[in-house]
Design a protein around this ligand. Structure first.
Ligand SMILES: Nc1nc2c(c(=O)[nH]1)N[C@H]1C(S)=C(S)[C@@H](COP(=O)(O)O)O[C@H]1N2
Ligand SMILES: [Mo]
Length: 347
């Protein structure tokens, strides 16, 4: 194995690429060695403390928003970079930060793709608390700081496939939902998890709009085994930085093998229950949006093709049309959850 001593590494060599290559060789102990290497170069302490170069993707400096509170800075100073292999990483091109944060679905701020970024200026994601209710030994209202305190943040690069037939590749920052669920000690009756988004009439123009079609709050749900799957993620950031309001600050769900509408934003309530919860889009139009909503090119949708998708951003020269894959390409890791189920019936 080829490992340079810290003193052999010049500051000019500490590029994201060399960091990336080194890390592959170091495997388990890589992060420690790398920190040592950076300290040895005389780089400012901040650079290693913020460990940004070790992540696979960073937001452009001009786009980084100020930290909501000091404890967030601590939390974001130690993020485990995405591994090099599926399913927590994909080598596909990242959708640029600009597109990830300007082309959104978040109906609480309006129904056009540009509305969430344009209309979320008054939204306050900090301080924040989450209510835990239902079939758990430890219900209560928890401050987000306490929810995140024992959590190790990690970077994961996932595909996001919207039922509207567009898709992106996004470097999220977060942690496995399973880690959080275990801390509340679900009872034997907890077979489903239900989530709710904040409704704030003052900072969310979409909820008071007379064109609104959603019966607020936005609700989503998962079966317990789906929620506990290692791919299911609670997300608090993207591109190495805090989650912008339009992407669901301060904390949202990401379920990469399901259509995007399952990935509920700005969560204020998590309820554990015995029966399948009602969910927003399923309530609105059950023939178009199922409870499971697994990405499936074989299940027809009346308004959008589900066998193809537009990988954003499209350009003048490339329409970026690609084939949609069953379970959004994550089948190897999640198909077993649906053994014996008719996916055309339970769509
Ligand atoms: N509360 C809430 N969560 C939501 C939505 C919404 O309108 N309200 N839209 C969903 C849909 S349809 C998609 S595709 C994703 C989009 O996430 P993004 O804007 O971060 O790409 O968020 C999902 N979560
Ligand atoms: Mo969506």
């Amino acid at each position: 194995m080829l490992i340079k001593k810290p003193s052999d590494i010049k500051p000019s060599e500490i590029t994201p690429e060399s960091v990336y290559r080194n890390r592959r060789e170091f495997m388990v102990d890589g992060s420690k060695l790398l920190f040592g290497a950076m300290a040895g170069t005389g780089l400012p302490a901040l650079a290693s403390a913020q460990n940004g170069d070790r992540l696979k993707a960073r937001a452009p400096a001009s786009m980084q928003r100020p930290a909501p509170a000091p404890w967030w800075v601590d939390k974001f100073s130690n993020i485990k970079p995405a591994p090099d292999a599926e399913p927590f990483f994909t080598g596909e091109s990242l959708t640029p930060y600009q597109d990830v944060t300007r082309y959104n679905n978040f109906y609480e701020f309006g129904m056009d793709k540009g509305d969430p970024s344009a209309n979320s200026g008054a939204f306050k994601p900090d301080p924040w608390s989450v209510q835990i209710t239902g079939e758990v030994a430890k219900p209560g209202t928890y401050h987000l700081e306490d929810i995140l305190k024992p959590v190790d943040l990690e970077e994961r690069i996932y595909r996001l496939r919207c039922v509207e037939a567009w898709s992106m590749v996004i470097p999220w920052i977060g942690f496995p939902l399973a880690d959080l669920i275990k801390r509340f000690e679900p009872t034997a009756n907890a077979r489903y998890v239900e989530f709710e988004t904040l409704v704030d009439r003052n900072s969310m123009p979409g909820v008071t709009s007379r064109f609104a079609i959603v019966d607020w709050p936005y609700r989503e749900g998962l079966r317990m085994d789906e929620a506990m799957n290692p791919l299911t993620m609670m997300v608090v950031g993207l591109y190495g930085n805090y989650l912008p309001s339009q992407n669901g600050a301060p904390m949202r769900l990401i379920v990469p093998w399901k259509y995007g509408f399952k990935s509920i934003k700005s969560i204020v309530k998590i309820n554990f229950r015995q029966t399948q919860p009602n969910t927003t889009w399923n309530d609105l139009q059950a023939n178009e949006y199922g409870f499971f909503a697994n990405v499936n090119p074989g299940v027809h949708h009346p308004r959008w093709r589900q066998d193809m998708e537009r990988r954003l951003p499209q350009t003048l020269f490339s329409r970026q049309h690609i084939e949609t894959r069953l379970f959004n390409g994550y089948g190897e890791h999640v198909a077993h959850l649906y053994d014996g189920m008719d996916l055309a019936r339970y769509y």
